[in-house]
Design a binder for this molecule. Structure first.
Ligand code: HEC
Length: 436
């Protein structure tokens, strides 16, 4: 039933989430690591300390093998799963930002070639030239962030784009710079946190201590700056998204962020004071902990988009919510309410297009799949499952469910019901059966 990808229990979004969450690990390493590396490499040449090159080689190898093998695979995985989970949303984004992504991919090529050249020429070309290669790589990889943050920020806050449809009107919106500053600060912290893990494997005690001290300073400064920009970011959010912050159930995500930052901060101070006691397992655990915090932040950012999937323009269930006159696009709400959702969606089984008494329940279930499953699992378990929610608010009679559905658009985080009154009654029948 294109464009629906029904994943039992988990939901399509969850599959995308698993891949995207893993991708955070290599992608943040790839943008950050080379900044720390060129910093240390510069010191190695300026202060004539060739022993530091051992660290540089190891860090570059981690980057090459971990970031560029798993990062490219999971990056493609995000595209693949997002396209299956939300084909209309991906199509909409591509139609606006294809040149943004094309530009980003040029920088990906620079990165992928850059890390190979950097790693394999270390010690084989003149230091001055090698350092330049490092700088090209560092700036190139940060540029991929400069671009992708514009698209991510656009998805939450489209700025003037809804009026003009302009590429840069959407790109440089009110949350762009705060988000770029925040991510760039955490980028330096992440470079330090990974560097500590690499440093634990170095034999030369002198080098090990030196790298750990430098890396912990990067971590501490990056985290303090990141937190300051985080508050700037919150301030830049429009009222609707800020309201969601207070309504939606994000308590455990918030606690995860606070616990993660608190732990990392203490850890970095410990690394600074007592570098010799840090071993690889502790360093790896600290990486997992900082990424738990990052994951929670990304989850909150995605929740704040509700009820839209991007740009205050397309609902999470992929129906177009608003007119975009600059591009000749009309919202689909009135049309679907007149014609019917089961008429509009292309791959509805023919015997469910027209609702009759004998197929009413099936039609209702299909409508729930089409309109609700992007945010709710239909059964009792999984992501935000419908059954306990329906029970909780007690809509156990079709009439009660029908009246509730009529007003569902007044929730700030759910789209309105789309379809005819008859279709709404079918969905109401299905929902009330869940409560029973
Ligand atoms: C854009 C995402 C999204 C879509 C689409 C969506 N919901 Fe929700 N819904 C939510 C969120 C978020 C909550 C809050 C969950 C919580 O309280 O834990 C919620 C809560 C609910 C609740 C509990 C309401 C309350 O007052 O506590 C019900 C019932 C519900 N949804 C049913 C539906 C039905 C039926 C559909 C399809 C017609 C639907 N939702 C579509 C996001 C969505």
């Amino acid at each position: 039933m294109y464009p629906l990808w029904e994943v039992p229990v988990l939901s399509a979004g969850f599959i995308l989430g698993i891949i995207a969450t893993f991708h955070i690990l290599p992608s943040h390493l790839s943008t950050s690591a080379m900044w720390f590396n060129v910093f240390i490499e510069t010191k190695a040449y300026r202060e004539n300390r060739p022993e530091l090159l051992e660290f540089i080689k190891k860090y570059a190898l981690l980057l090459l093998v971990f970031a560029y093998v798993t990062g490219t695979l999971s990056g493609i995985g995000i595209w693949f799963s997002a396209t299956v989970a939300s084909p209309r949303a991906i199509s909409g984004l591509i139609h606006n930002y294809v040149w943004g992504w094309a530009t980003e991919w040029i920088f990906f090529i620079i990165e992928v070639l850059g890390i190979m050249i950097y790693y394999y020429t270390l010690g084989k070309v003149e230091p001055r030239i090698h350092l330049k290669l490092g700088w090209i790589f560092a700036i190139g990889s940060w540029t991929t962030m400069v671009i992708i943050v514009g698209i991510l920020a656009f998805m939450l806050t489209p700025g003037k784009w809804l009026e003009t449809g302009g590429f840069f009107d959407g790109f440089f919106n009110q949350t762009y710079f705060p988000q770029l500053l925040m991510r760039s600060s955490f980028m330096f912290a992440i470079a330090g946190i990974y560097a500590i893990a690499v440093a634990t494997t170095i034999k030369n005690l002198e080098v090990k201590k030196y790298i750990m001290k430098q890396a912990s300073i990067w971590g501490i400064v990056g985290i303090i700056a990141g937190i300051l920009f985080f508050f700037l970011y919150l301030k830049s959010l429009p009222p609707h998204n800020r309201e969601l912050l207070t309504i939606l159930n994000i308590g455990s995500l918030k606690n995860t962020i606070i616990a993660s930052l608190g732990f990392i901060f203490l850890y970095l101070i410990l690394v600074y004071i007592r570098p010799q006691i840090i071993k690889l397992p502790i360093a790896v655990i600290s990486i997992v902990i900082i990424f738990a915090g990052i994951f929670a932040t990304e989850r909150i950012r995605e929740m704040l988009r509700k009820p839209y999937i991007f740009g205050n323009f397309m609902y999470s269930n992929q129906f177009i919510a608003k007119d975009l006159p600059a591009k000749g696009v009309k919202n689909e709400v009135e049309y679907i309410n007149t014609v019917g959702i089961l008429q509009v969606v292309p791959f509805v089984p023919e015997d469910l297009r027209i609702i009759r008494e004998e197929n009413q329940f099936q039609a209702g279930k299909l409508i729930a799949l089409i309109q609700c499953s992007s945010c709710h699992a239909l059964g009792d378990s999984g992501v935000r499952p419908l059954k306990p929610l329906v029970k909780r608010i007690g809509i156990n009679e079709p009439e009660v469910a029908d009246a509730w559905l009529e007003a569902i658009g007044s929730y700030p985080y759910m789209p309105p019901f789309l379809g005819t009154a008859e279709e709404r009654r079918a969905l109401a029948l299905y929902l009330s059966s869940l409560a029973k």
